[in-house]
Structures are given as structure tokens and as C-alpha cells.
Design a binder for this molecule. Structure first.
Ligand SMILES: C[S@@+](CC[C@H](N)C(=O)[O-])C[C@H]1O[C@@H](n2cnc3c(N)ncnc32)[C@H](O)[C@@H]1O
Length: 227
């Protein structure tokens, strides 16, 4: 099935409200567990970068899990950033800085980060290189990169089946969002090709019937190659 683009930013108030109230407990806690495992359970205490943070649920979970960490969380949607600022609980609020900005042009407060993560952004991007180029720009040797996203099923029937399995009881607007996201997502071979084009050596793993996990550590050698 060919990729069907969806609007890059989530700016519609109703859509943002619905997304912010949805229960993403299972995939988002799985994301933090996998990320933590990937960094060998180390007590990360630096500044992490969250790309396409949406209403901030993953940023907050990360900050709560890594109690000494800080997060710079970026999204191009003003409605999402406003929602994230409103929803972020007091216990993590001082450690998360929300930044309104579009990938790939966003200017970030730091020139590099030790940890860069992103959940469910890649499928939104009309040009996926926006994500990989920002990672290259803001990584340094040793930066840990952790990305999770949806995978595009083989057919629209398979996409409908996934919506019925995992979102049957959700509001219609969320079901539509999920369906559109599945159609906009990439396949494993497409992601492989994107990473090759970007010159990024990251591991790609299909971790469920609908999710892909991409991770790796940026080696020093890249930087001599890029300059
Ligand atoms: C599906 S949401 C994921 C939000 C969050 N990471 C999560 O897992 O709940 C994708 C987010 O990426 C943002 N986005 C899409 N394209 C972007 C771009 N080029 N630059 C910055 N943000 C973008 C959208 O506005 C939206 O908030």
C-alpha cells in the first residue's frame, strides 16, 4: 500500500484535546521501559531532547523516571505546546522546557544532547529526513538515539483491523487519527533507506504488529565524515 500523507502538524483544537486526553499508557510506558533498557538502566542526569513532543506525556514520563534529568521538548504546533504547558504536573514542570519550533529548522538552546528521543513523530513528516537531519545536527559522539513509531500495514483493510483491535472504544476522532497515522507511517525497508541516505547507523526493530523501535549510539567517526 502506498503511503498517504497526513497534515504534518496537529493544530486542530478538537484533535489536540482528544489526543491529550487519550490513554496511551501501554505504548508510552513501553517506550520509557525500552529507552531505560537501551541506556542499561543508567540514571540519566543530563538534558534530553524530545522531538515532536505533542502534549508532553512522554516528556513527563521521562522526567519522572529519570529524576535528575532535564528535557527540552519541541513541537511545531502552538496548540500542542500550549496543551503540554497546561498539562505538565508540578513535580516535573521545572525540569521540562517546551520549545515551539519546526523540524528541521528549529534552533535549540544547546548545540548537542546526550540523549535524543522521539515517539510518533516520524510518520507525520512529509520529508522524513527532517528528523534524521535534526538528530545529526544535535548529536555528538556517544549520543543515544531512541525513536519509536508506527509501521504502515500492507493494506487499508489491515489498517482498519488494527484500529478495531486497539482503538475500538476510543472516540471517533482518535480512531480516524490512528487510521490516518497508520497510512502515513513508513515500512521497515523505507526506514532502512532513510537511515542509509542520512548516513546514520541505527538498529531497526519491529516490536509489535504496529510499532518499530529505532535505536543506536552515535559514534565519533560520523563527525569527521560530516565536517
Ligand atoms: C502523533 S504526535 C506525537 C506526540 C508525542 N510524541 C507522543 O508520543 O504522544 C506528533 C507530533 O509531532 C508534531 N510535528 C509534526 N511535524 C513536525 C515538525 N516538522 N516539527 C515539529 N513538530 C512536528 C505534531 O504537531 C504532533 O504534536
Amino acid at each position: 500500500m502506498k503511503r498517504v500523507l497526513e497534515p504534518e502538524l496537529m493544530e486542530d483544537e478538537g484533535q489536540v484535546q482528544c489526543y491529550a486526553q487519550a490513554n496511551f499508557d501501554a505504548p508510552h510506558s513501553q517506550f520509557i521501559t525500552r529507552l531505560s533498557h537501551f541506556i542499561n538502566g543508567a540514571p540519566f542526569s543530563g538534558v534530553a531532547l524530545d522531538l515532536g513532543c505533542g502534549p508532553g506525556d512522554i516528556s513527563c514520563r521521562f522526567a519522572r523516571h529519570f529524576t535528575l534529568s532535564k528535557v527540552h521538548a519541541v513541537d511545531g504546533s502552538e496548540a500542542m505546546i500550549t496543551m503540554a504547558r497546561q498539562q505538565t504536573p508540578d513535580d516535573v514542570n521545572r525540569r521540562i522546557r517546551y520549545i515551539l519550533g519546526m523540524l528541521p529548522d528549529v534552533m535549540l538552546p544547546q548545540s548537542s544532547y546526550e540523549l535524543i528521543f522521539s515517539n510518533s513523530l516520524l510518520h507525520h513528516l512529509h520529508d522524513p529526513q527532517a528528523l534524521w537531519q535534526v538528530i545529526k545536527k544535535y548529536a555528538k559522539p556517544g549520543t543515544h538515539v531512541v525513536i519509536m513509531d508506527l509501521l504502515r500495514p500492507d493494506s487499508s483493510e489491515a489498517a482498519h483491523a488494527l484500529v478495531n483491535t486497539y482503538a475500538e472504544n476510543e472516540p471517533e476522532i482518535l480512531q480516524d487519527d490512528f487510521y490516518n497515522s497508520l497510512l502515513a507511517a513508513f515500512t521497515v525497508p523505507e526506514i532502512k533507506q532513510q537511515l542509509k541516505q542520512a548516513g546514520l547507523d541505527l538498529e531497526i526493530e519491529q516490536i509489535s504488529d504496529r510499532h518499530v523501535f529505532i535505536s543506536g549510539i552515535i559514534p565519533g567517526a560520523y563527525f569527521t565524515k560530516w565536517t
